[in-house]
Design a protein. Structure first.
Length: 277
């Protein structure tokens, strides 16, 4: 056969995408951080972490292709290429990059038709969110300012596709100017007081690999003056699981976006009535 048969997925979004394409039989191994779809953890051997992995363990599943993501996996992918394995390293940071990844993976396993259908489904999901946000705009309702915290020490705000999803869902990313940074270091907030100054209406914690500590965030010096913290009992300080939004694959659109919409709808409901939800 001309297409790849045994793909080792070092990144969770590749697993998510291949399952969505109906190509799970081509997955030889997965990242231990895989969450979507849940059955992947039962059906596929775990062969790596995210930024770490043993070459021997990956090679043991006899892959004809290894798929990874970002510079954090570059060294591991380099070592695998030296071992004679073909490697594909994605490095997208945008929604358009997510859709492009879907098309590429679909082509690699000869599932172009399924790839087109998945892309249409994701586009439709984005369009529905965009339309709802426009209705709120047309009603003259102010968009809530959303502070998305990807990590707490140091404070790190959301990456490109997260900022785009916040905008699509009807919010304003409090630190949109930092979202274009490729590395977490470039998205670091040097002064925690700057979060207070920007007065976010909604705070979302999504600490990659660790549960979000809501109480600790609200107890930070001066943060009681933030509108989101004052409305914490209404759910305006909350968590979106990193697996639902920080993996740049279908899950970010199918799961992360819907949670953003619900939060923003709830915020509008508190200010404009239940019809906003």
């Amino acid at each position: 056969m001309s297409h790849y048969q045994r793909i080792a997925c070092l990144c969770t979004e590749a697993v998510d995408t291949l399952y969505a394409l109906g190509a799970e039989e081509h997955i030889a191994g997965i990242s231990g951080f895989t969450v979507h779809p849940p059955r992947a953890r039962e059906e596929k051997p775990k062969i790596s972490g995210f930024s770490s992995g043993k070459i021997e363990r990956i090679l043991s599943v006899e892959p004809d292709l290894v798929v990874g993501y970002s510079s954090l996996q570059a060294e591991l992918c380099k070592d695998l290429s030296k071992a004679g394995v073909e490697v594909l390293l994605f490095n997208h940071r945008t929604i358009s990059g997510i859709l492009r990844m879907v098309r590429v993976l679909a082509a690699l396993v000869e599932k172009e038709k399924q790839g087109n259908l998945l892309e249409i489904t994701l586009h439709t999901r984005l369009d529905v969110a965009r339309t709802q946000a426009k209705l709120w705009d047309l009603a003259g309702w102010r968009r809530p300012v959303v502070y998305f915290e990807e990590w707490h020490e140091p404070l790190t705000t959301g990456i490109g596709w997260v900022s785009e999803l916040i905008q699509l869902a009807g919010g304003v990313d409090a630190f949109a100017e930092l979202s274009q940074g490729n590395s977490a270091k470039e998205r670091k907030i040097d002064d925690a007081q700057e979060v207070i100054r920007r007065q976010p209406d909604i705070i979302i914690g999504s600490w990659c690999g660790r549960a979000f500590d809501r109480e600790a965030l609200m107890a930070r010096p001066g943060w009681a003056d933030i509108p989101a913290v004052r409305m914490a009992e209404d759910g305006m300080v909350c968590e979106i699981k990193s697996s639902d939004i920080l993996a740049p694959g279908p899950a970010a659109i199918q799961h992360g976006l819907s949670q953003l919409q619900q939060l923003i709808g709830r915020w509008h409901a508190r200010h404009h009535g239940t019809l906003a939800e």
